[in-house]
Design a binder for this molecule. Structure first.
Ligand code: SF4
Ligand code: SF4
Length: 587
């Protein structure tokens, strides 16, 4: 059994630019005459023989492009991987467990094989037990899991007793693959009465006859969910079903997915919004490992204990510590010691855009604060931000335009050929520790923007915005594409950066825990999407949350162990107590 793996990112390996296989020249095993690092065929990239590698650590440190990872595997991994993509490539250990009658979540950071695991469960990827050059028969794979629930599941899968439906992660690719209206797409899958029931529950009615190419990200997400549940299946797999959705829609979709599970139906979900994951699932498989190198699936856990173990970074049953620190939730700061210094004030304002009208209440933003913005999609949040940024003029009222504003857009341009180091030159020069180092961007500097994943691009876009010469920073949906750990880490970095530079940061986001963690005050939007919006605030945290949660009709408490926010079950003792005391938000 191998104790370590060597992973080479082929995209980052440029033998012509590193001094002609620098790694091979430096490797002590090669220098002693044995070919541990060699030239791979047919791509001529470096290859490492894992059986010969001594794990000296020289090549990962010296490769100028950060293309090599040498990883000592946990000692508890005594079996071969379930799947390996190829030589010196990512490998996955164990599989998640679907539970019939329940919704099971998969929780873990990006790049450790969550989607790979779901694709195996969905029969879209045949596991090779690490033998990528000589894949085994499926029966051998079943045998590998002998005596476990996964064995029973794979046997049923093999006997065609499992019918799967899979909602992919990247719903933004749908318009490239499917033409026609939403109704055309859905009626091809299921034309029965069930169709209209699903359409109603997922609130698709008002855009049912719109072309797929013209609908928004949040609408596409709900269409993709509708398309998967309209298929006849007894195992539903949802890969990130709430991205692009606002909080109200997230709660609705969670309830919808939760209700799909019955004695004959199992549901599995990958989700990074921890409040929503907690609300939607009964069980969890935690995944840990090294980004881009390997991933391990934990045993099944009850959701509450599973999320707390994930935050703790320690799996008691497996006796594995997968993070050297626990993630802690401090109480949100709704008041600061120093007397606040105003940065920008605005009077009551109005703006009409086509059929949509926005009313903005008067308010003030202070220096050195992070203010969260809460509200549904299509309610005017981006319009308000653009008015503050001077990009749109209000119909009435004037904003002090002497404040310099930097803006990170909601949708990120990913097709640019610019190098990350060039795009971030100001951040590299001025904030190399606070932004580049803190946000783990160093190893991305030698890549082009077009080569980055969604989460990498998001981190780069945030660093770019925060490095600008401005006083007011507007970040539109900074949590999108980030995993739970990254969301909490970025919150801390933004808060510390605001304090250090004495700047003001406005954050529009739909992850309630992220906003709760990062904000010191809140702006709240209400109204009817695409028709009328009203903006009020900034409020103190408790006042703003109470206002928003009352409108959402949910109450939030803090978990006794981890202090993380949790949604109360409607009608539970805690829920009734908080509602009657008008405390929708825990204090
Ligand atoms: Fe050069 Fe790094 Fe590729 Fe080795 S892995 S050949 S050092 S670029
Ligand atoms: Fe060679 Fe392994 Fe050392 Fe790299 S880590 S230089 S492959 S022995």
């Amino acid at each position: 059994m191998r104790k370590r793996i060597a992973v080479i990112d082929r995209q980052k390996c440029h033998p012509d630019e590193c001094g002609n296989y620098l790694c091979a020249k430096l490797c002590p095993v090669n220098r002693s005459g044995t070919e541990c690092i060699s030239v791979g065929e047919p791509d001529k990239k470096a290859r490492i023989d894992e059986m010969l590698c001594t794990g000296c650590g020289i090549c990962p440190n010296r490769c100028p492009f950060g293309a090599i990872q040498i990883i000592n595997l946990p000692e508890t991994l005594t079996k071969d991987p379930v799947h390996r993509y190829g030589e010196n490539m990512f490998e996955l250990y164990l599989l998640p467990t679907p539970v019939f009658g329940s919704v099971t979540g998969i929780l873990g950071k990006n790049g450790i094989g969550k989607s790979t695991a779901l694709k195996i469960m969905a029969n879209m990827l045949k596991p090779n037990l690490g033998h990528y050059d000589n894949p085994p028969e499926f029966k051998e794979v079943i045998n590998y899991f002998k005596g476990t629930e996964t064995q029973k599941f794979l046997e049923r899968l093999h006997k065609n007793e499992i019918t799967l439906s899979y909602k992919p992660q990247q719903v933004d690719l749908i318009p490239k693959q499917v033409k026609g209206t939403v109704r055309d797409l859905l009626s091809k899958i299921n034309s029965s009465e069930e169709l209209m029931g699903v359409v109603e529950k997922l609130q698709l009615t008002h855009f049912l006859d719109n072309e797929i190419a013209t609908i928004s990200g949040g609408e596409l997400q709900r269409v993709a969910i509708a398309a998967s549940v309209l298929k006849k299946a007894n195992l539903f797999l949802f890969d990130e079903p709430t991205s692009f959705l606002d909080i109200k829609q997230r709660v609705k979709v969670s309830e919808f997915i939760h209700d799909l599970a019955d004695d004959k139906t199992a549901v599995m979900v990958i989700e990074h919004d921890l409040i929503i994951l907690d609300y939607m699932t009964q069980y969890l498989n935690i995944m840990y490992g090294q980004e881009g190198a390997y991933g391990v699936v934990s045993g099944l856990k009850a959701t509450r204990e599973g999320i707390n173990a994930f935050l703790e970074g320690y799996l008691r049953e497996e006796n594995i510590r997968f993070r050297d620190h626990a993630i802690k939730f401090e109480k949100s700061q709704d008041s600061r010691g120093a007397i606040p210094m105003p940065l920008v004030s605005w009077p009551e304002m109005k703006k009409t855009l086509g059929k949509f009208s926005l009313e903005i209440g008067a308010g003030t933003l202070h220096r050195d604060e992070v203010v969260g913005i809460l509200g549904e999609n299509g309610i005017g949040k981006t319009t308000f931000i653009k008015i503050l940024a001077g990009m749109i003029k209000p119909d009435s009222g004037v904003v002090d335009s002497s404040v310099k504003v930097a803006y990170k857009a909601q949708y990120l341009e990913s097709d640019s050929e610019i190098m990350v180091s060039e795009f971030l030159h100001r951040a590299v020069e001025k904030y190399s520790n606070q932004l580049i180092g803190a946000m783990d961007i160093e190893q991305l500097l030698t890549q082009k923007l077009s080569e980055l994943s969604g989460g990498q691009l998001q981190r780069v876009a945030i660093a770019h915005c925060l490095s600008q010469d401005a006083q007011l920073f507007l970040l539109d949906e900074p949590s999108a594409y980030l995993d739970v750990e990254q969301r909490l880490k970025i919150s801390k970095i933004i808060r510390a950066f605001a304090q250090e530079r004495g700047i003001t940061v406005l954050i529009v986001d739909h992850d309630l825990m992220f906003l709760d963690y990062i904000s010191s005050r809140l702006i709240v939007f209400s109204g009817a999407p695409a028709v009328q919006g009203t903006m009020e605030g900034p409020f103190k945290m408790e006042e703003g949350m109470n206002k928003f949660l009352r409108d959402l009709n949910i109450t939030l408490r803090r978990d006794m162990t981890s202090r993380r926010p949790r949604v109360n079950d409607v009608g539970s003792v805690k829920d009734r107590e908080q509602r009657s005391g008008n405390k929708w938000y825990y204090s």
